[in-house]
Write a protein that binds this ligand. Structure first.
Ligand code: CA
Length: 236
């Protein structure tokens, strides 16, 4: 009964990583196919129609970014970049080109599995116009009521401005996914100018403060410095 399993296309040329990841993903109940080059990946993508792609950037024939662009011309299949390159510029570029997440090597296997689960989950929800069933979102002590546009910690309502609420709702609707500054700014303000990132950071600082976070510690939102923000998962 393999039909119900999520299909993962793993694009990676390093045999050790391929072996490790295939075993790990298969043990976790996924079906895995491996492509060692961009060209193979393109063929396999079309014949195999994966539910999610894990993509290395340093491949023998082309840069993984070119495969990412190719897929995004026509498909929304979730893509996690797995790369040794940790420069912010590369991360931002990949995310802005439509990658759903970015994991830097070396990585923890539990972390990777958590990201895969989170993305497949948000992907399922996005089919429902980005809303969670019942118009509610719960993460630890926080509870968002989308219909009433209200946020609660335990039973206490948290007073947010419209902008603050919009940012929080956006992050929650894509829970687990890292959103770049540019993506958030575009979604909230529609356009960006020189002061946009600063404006976002000020709003975010207020949101985090209102949610009861202390500097350097946050129960709900992770700040990837220089890249963007991500709402944590339940068990994180
Ligand atoms: Ca490689």
């Amino acid at each position: 009964m393999n039909n119900n399993k999520y299909k993962v296309l793993l694009v990676e040329d390093d045999e050790n990583i391929t072996m490790l990841l295939s075993t790990m993903l298969e043990t976790a109940g996924y079906q895995v196919v491996v492509a060692g080059t961009c060209n193979t990946a393109e063929m396999m993508f079309l014949s195999y129609v994966p539910d999610i792609i894990i993509l290395d950037l340093g491949l023998p024939d082309k840069d993984g970014i070119s495969f990412l662009k190719k897929v995004r011309e026509n498909y929304l299949t979730p893509i996690i970049i797995l790369s040794a390159r940790s420069e912010e510029k590369t991360k931002v570029q990949a995310l802005d080109l439509g990658a759903n997440d970015y994991i830097t090597k070396p990585f923890g296997s539990e972390e990777l599995l958590a990201r895969v689960r989170a993305i497949l989950r948000s992907y399922r929800f996005s089919a429902d116009e980005g809303r969670f069933p019942g118009g509610e979102f719960v993460l630890k002590n926080m509870h968002i009521n989308y219909d009433k546009r209200k946020v609660f910690i335990d039973d206490t309502e948290i007073k947010l401005t419209q902008i603050e609420y919009n940012i929080l709702a956006l992050l929650s609707e894509q829970c687990g996914k890292l959103l770049t500054y540019a993506t958030i700014i575009k979604a909230i303000w529609g356009c960006s100018d020189e002061g946009s990132i600063k404006k976002l950071q000020v709003n975010m600082a207020n949101i985090r403060k209102k949610l009861g976070s202390t500097p350097g510690q946050n129960d709900y939102i992770v700040n990837e410095i220089g890249v963007g923000y991500r709402m944590k998962e339940e068990n994180e």
